[in-house]
Design a protein around this ligand. Structure first.
Ligand SMILES: C[S@@+](CC[C@H](N)C(=O)[O-])C[C@H]1O[C@@H](n2cnc3c(N)ncnc32)[C@H](O)[C@@H]1O
Length: 292
């Protein structure tokens, strides 16, 4: 069995304040746009979400890197959260080195293999790595983390830290439901309002391939995924249980940044979750990968 050591958590330049609000741990720092909780309930949601995406992708990534990863390359996971992807990749590819960065220390410590480490970094201030340090950079679900200018800056920073011929892969949720119930459509419009209040974009996922093109990336592939909420098989069932955790987490952001009240949000969430199966609603996602 592999062991973890505290030295694998590196505190870089980030010095971010957190506060407790309605029992959830939230960022309390104007330099960070993200206000989803950073606590054990959120870690559980991200664990289930990681399981869902392993199922949907039938693996951990889509870039054609299996052979290089087997031989040994250096990989960065931006906004890694607890680092389930980083850890699983490190176990799968012991000859490669993996660094996960996040502004919150919610990192998995149990059974962390020796080729994985985590750094606390506010990625909105750039990536604290030298030019051409990585062969592969992965970024997943930062739509509620980066305002549009920071998202574009992150793509440019990723290009800077990638080696020649290095690879980028981004998986993003689009805040846009197909066949939503009226309640789900309402939730989506509230999320859109909250994101706009922080200069974030519900539809950033639809724009990433253009951003990559503008930044000079090549061989861009853009794959669409529609994930059913509570219907259509095991993935749909799992996604419903993730939404049961996600909508309350997002509610913290909505009620803080819009005039929507807690009770109204809670009631609408209940209705939205009950209706998703009936309306056969799905969420849109995009996975984009390319080469420097
Ligand atoms: C929705 S979670 C996704 C986590 C992980 N990528 C995954 O797929 O499980 C978004 C993560 O981005 C992190 N984040 C948001 N803004 C950030 C910033 N400015 N710098 C670093 N991490 C950030 C949050 O702390 C959170 O862990």
């Amino acid at each position: 069995m592999v062991t973890s050591s505290p030295s694998k958590i590196v505190f870089d330049s980030a010095d971010i304040a957190f506060q407790l609000k309605n029992g959830r741990k939230l960022v309390d720092d104007m330099s960070v746009a993200y206000i989803l909780p950073s606590d054990s309930t959120e870690v559980e949601r991200l664990r289930l979400n990681h399981d869902l995406w392993k199922m949907v992708l039938e693996g951990l990534f889509k870039s054609p890197l299996h052979e290089s990863l087997k031989k040994g390359i250096t990989v960065l996971d931006v906004g890694c959260g607890p680092g389930f992807w980083t850890k699983d990749m490190a176990i799968l590819y012991p000859n490669s080195k993996f660094i996960g960065i996040d502004m919150a220390d919610v990192f998995v410590r149990e059974d962390l293999p020796p080729n994985a480490e985590f750094h606390i970094v506010n990625a909105a201030n750039g990536l604290p790595f030298h030019d051409e340090s990585f062969d592969f950079v992965f970024q997943r679900f930062l739509v509620m983390g980066f305002p549009t200018d920071k998202y574009i800056q992150s793509i440019k920073e990723i290009k800077r830290v990638l080696k020649t011929d290095g690879a980028i892969e981004i998986l993003e949720l689009v805040n846009d439901y197909i066949d939503p119930s009226p309640a789900l459509a309402k939730i989506s419009s509230w999320i859109d309002k909250a994101l706009s209040a922080r200069n974030m974009d519900s539809y950033i996922g639809d724009k990433i391939s253009t951003f990559l093109q503008d930044a000079g990336f090549q061989d861009i592939r853009d794959i669409k995924y529609n994930v059913p909420i509570g219907w259509g098989g095991v993935a749909g069932e799992l996604y419903l249980s993730i939404q049961q955790l996600a909508l309350p987490a997002v509610g913290v952001m909505v009620t803080q940044l819009t005039s929507v009240k807690d009770e109204e949000y809670e009631e609408t969430t209940k209705e939205a979750l009950a209706g998703a199966k009936v309306f056969k609603s799905t969420t849109r996602f995009r996975l984009i990968y390319a080469k420097k």
